[in-house]
Design a binder for this molecule. Structure first.
Ligand code: NAD
Length: 412
């Protein structure tokens, strides 16, 4: 059975072995430094009472305060949060961001709560988290959270601590001290890293056939970027099903259709596809932008794309990764492809600490440069260690930085 935590640990072990990371450092990184689990009591609108399980994992803070990620989803459990916190640590370190990886969340279905209940739950999360601010641990957004939830959490933090401290929470709106470009950062970044990878493998961008699983914040923005650049987006899915068009989907029309109907299914001029059909469809570029563990040893053999760009966190299992490599498919790993958000959060923090805010062009340029730098650094490291996997290259870069910080601190 698929285990997200086990899969992430396998990558950690392999990168540690190939990169010859000190065994003591590896022992420290085997598990998170700090884990808290807590329960949030909530009075429901109908007078009933419920308790929600919540977690926060601070994986390793050798490089700086732990940061980012609050997932609210019905199936969330502690192992998922640990795996995501490890990936966040690697994403920060591989991107040369002075931060450790943090992830947290609540096991709840936001769609099953009223507006008042959801706000009370988010505020309750912040109250029971006992966060002490920007020098310690900084929650950001993930699946199930957004500008509004992060605004409630910041407001709750500031009320508890009786001071304004915008850098205590990431992914907040510009009006509360956030940064411009937040919503688009990850999806645009996915496209920018795709451009770099396409150049590496000699794939023509104009007319490239693209299939995207997931049409939320990341998938929809990325789809728009592919469309604008002249790619032919032939398949897109969301949790209710997928659509396919041999002639290419008009992405702006699909965005409108989704806003009106709440799903991608039913768009005129398309026919329905399942997730398995989307993964196996005849495309050049496959972009998983929804969930972890969707490209597995069962379906990797059917992938026809030349390039897989991992917009979601951990969509490909290690076994599938091996199968794709054997087939000659290039995989741009999550820690590089969706790192737009961590670079943006770093810029959000810097602007907040300086109390000086940048224009969108400056932000977009920084994001593009940093994503490109991380991508090429991973390729160079992979070449140096004679592996083909950019994933292992990126993880080695991250582990080397963590190793240096851990040793300089005298932890081992
Ligand atoms: P979101 O909630 O906005 O969108 C998720 C999308 O996936 C929705 O369209 C949903 O319908 C779809 N989906 C869910 N189950 C599906 C299924 N079984 N088949 C097909 N589609 C399905 O979330 P998001 O912010 O777009 O995040 C997507 C992924 O990207 C997650 O793995 C997340 O961790 C990762 N990520 C997000 C960000 C960010 O800035 N939002 C940053 C880095 C990584």
């Amino acid at each position: 059975m698929y285990s997200f935590l086990e899969q992430s640990s396998l990558i950690l072990q392999e990168a540690g072995k190939v990169g010859q990371i000190d065994p003591n450092v590896m022992q420290l990184l085997e598990a998170p430094q700090r884990v808290i689990s807590f329960r949030i009591p909530l009075k429901m609108d109908d007078g009933s009472f419920r308790v929600f399980d919540a977690h926060r994992v601070r994986y390793n803070d050798a490089l700086g305060p732990t940061r980012d990620g609050t997932r609210i989803s019905p199936e969330l459990d502690l192992d998922e949060v640990k795996a995501l916190a490890l990936i966040m640590s690697v994403k920060h370190a591989a991107g040369k961001i002075p931060a450790g990886g943090g992830k947290g969340g609540i096991a709840a279905d936001p769609k099953a709560l009223s507006g008042r209940e959801f706000e009370a739950l988010c505020r309750g999360y912040m109250r029971h988290l006992h966060s002490s601010g920007s020098a310690y641990d900084v929650p950001g957004a993930d699946v199930g959270t957004n500008l509004q939830t992060m605004s409630w959490m910041l407001d709750e933090f500031e009320s508890i601590h009786n001071r304004h401290e915008p850098t205590a929470v990431n992914d907040k709106p510009p009006i509360l001290g956030g940064t411009l470009g937040g919503y688009e950062a990850t999806g645009s970044g996915v496209f920018e890293v795709f451009e770099e990878a396409a150049r590496e493998i000699g794939l023509e961008i104009e007319g490239a056939r693209v299939a995207i699983q997931g049409f939320g914040q990341v998938g929809a923005v990325a789809a728009q970027c592919f469309f604008t650049a002249g790619c032919k987006v032939i398949a897109i899915s969301d949790s209710r099903g997928g659509v396919f068009s041999e002639n290419g989907i008009d992405v702006p029309t699909l965005i409108e259709h989704k806003q009106t109907t709440g799903q991608v299914l039913g768009l005129e001029g398309t026919h329905g596809v399942t997730n398995e059909e989307l993964i196996a469809c005849d495309c050049d570029v496959l972009v998983p932008a929804a969930l972890q563990g969707v490209i597995t040893s069962d379906n990797a053999v059917h992938v026809k794309a030349r390039l897989v760009v991992e917009a979601a966190n951990a969509p490909t299992t290690m076994e599938a990764d091996r199968i794709l490599a054997e087939k000659g498919v290039t995989v741009v790993p999550d820690v590089l492809a969706n790192a737009g958000s961590v670079h943006l959060c770093q810029m959000e923090r810097t602007q907040g600490l300086y109390d000086n805010y940048w224009d969108e062009a400056t932000i977009n340029q920084f994001r593009r440069e940093r994503l490109s730098g991380g991508f090429h650094a991973a390729l160079n490291t992979a070449a140096r260690y004679q592996v083909t996997s950019a994933r292992i290259g990126a993880w080695i870069n991250a582990l080397k930085r963590m190793e240096e910080a851990i040793k300089m601190r005298g932890w081992c």
